[in-house]
Design a protein around this ligand. Structure first.
Ligand SMILES: Cc1cc2nc3c(=O)[nH]c(=O)nc-3n(C[C@H](O)[C@H](O)[C@H](O)COP(=O)(O)OP(=O)(O)OC[C@H]3O[C@@H](n4cnc5c(N)ncnc54)[C@H](O)[C@@H]3O)c2cc1C
Length: 328
């Protein structure tokens, strides 16, 4: 690991000043230190925001919205009783991620901004990677693409966005509040991550000097009938091969409202409104769930070794809808 300066921020102003000078933010460090050891991130300065108590709280008791400071820890939020009862998709997206030790350290803001697990990105210099070095090529194109994205990929990059929480947040229309040198603004989580296009190295719509302060989730009856289902190579401590955050409100046997977002299959969290529209106003049964699953994977483009994840994605949506139906 290269040498770097460590700055401990005592307030948000401190952190913003350091960011403006080119420092990298340190929250739980479970992504940042990992990438520094791999020499993918090489910051000359890091600014530790762990002592900013205004970012550490969360409050799920509100009637209008749930509020999560960016430094709230994954394990604390996952275990929150109101979330477990009224928004199981959010709780499940957190406790099905990483390991207990990691969740104890990792923050919600850091989770949203984690980087891809694409082996050619993380493998470093032997491999061409447009995300690491713009216009250097993409080793995944001729490589082993079993884990690469089926949705949202471009000729320049097919790296999957790996986070679980973002899919659940996108399903519930969550927003992040950010501050930077130009002031404060809110960004829908759905607009936070970018598809790679020709510029896969630009991963989010955040400016380099912006900090996520909090995440807000509108309170909704959709929460109760929700789930986050994650399919992976092993049942614990693994990233998703396919996942679905799904929520339903039922009127008897008829779907009154529906939300579907995919994880693990696309280059960013992937909300599928066409699939939601297929369900709304329709009687819920196996055929309806299958039709929604197929609509959710509409446009998925297989490579050489990842085509099996299209049917896996369809079935993940169907199974998630079945669980959500039982809860709704
Ligand atoms: C072995 C392993 C397995 C994992 N498995 C999963 C999994 O299954 N599912 C999953 O979702 N995740 C998984 N993760 C990822 C893990 O959840 C993330 O590393 C963690 O959530 C990042 O949070 P952090 O607080 O440690 O972020 P940090 O490492 O501190 O920061 C991550 C990035 O976000 C930036 N950042 C942090 N906070 C802010 C902020 N408030 N505003 C702006 N920028 C900020 C940092 O500068 C850095 O670039 C795994 C990680 C490991 C190491």
């Amino acid at each position: 690991m290269q040498q770097f300066d460590y700055i401990r921020a005592v307030d948000l102003g401190d952190a913003l000043q350091a960011l403006g000078g080119g420092a990298k933010l340190l929250a739980g460090g479970t992504t940042l230190y990992d990438l520094m050891k791999l020499r993918i991130e090489r910051p000359e300065q890091i600014v530790d925001i762990n002592h900013l108590s205004e970012l550490s709280y969360f409050d799920t008791s509100g009637d209008r919205e749930l509020v999560f400071g960016a430094l709230a820890r994954m394990s604390d939020v996952a275990a929150d009783p109101r979330l477990v009862r009224d928004y199981p998709a959010i709780s499940e997206s957190l406790w099905r991620a990483a390991s207990q030790q990691l969740r104890n350290m990792a923050s919600l803001g850091g989770n949203l901004l984690q980087r891809t697990r694409c082996p050619y990105f993380r493998g470093g210099e032997p491999y061409a990677c447009n995300k690491r070095h713009p216009d250097s090529g993409c080793a995944a194109i001729e490589g082993l693409d079993r884990g690469q994205a089926l949705l949202g990929a471009s000729g320049a990059c097919s790296a999957v966005y790996p986070g679980d929480l973002a899919a659940a947040l996108v399903a519930f229309d969550a927003e992040v509040d950010v501050v930077g040198s130009q002031g404060a603004r809110s960004i829908p989580v759905e607009e936070l991550h970018r598809e790679p296009g020709d510029t896969p190295h630009i991963e989010t719509t955040l400016a380099p000097d912006e900090i996520i302060v909090r995440i807000r989730v509108p309170a909704t009856p959709l929460g109760r009938g929700s789930t986050y289902l994650k399919v992976r190579d092993r049942e614990s401590y693994a990233f998703a091969l396919a996942s679905a955050a799904v929520a339903l409100v039922m009127d008897g046997e008829v779907v009154r409202d529906a939300r579907i977002a995919l994880g693990g299959l696309a280059t960013r969290p992937w909300r599928v409104r066409a699939a939601e529209r297929l369900l709304i106003g329709r009687r819920f049964d196996e055929d309806a769930a299958r039709a929604a699953g197929e609509a959710a994977l509409e446009g998925a483009t297989p490579g050489r070794f990842n085509g099996f994840r299209i049917e896996l994605g369809v079935r993940t949506v169907v199974d998630a809808l079945t669980i959500a139906r039982q809860r709704a």
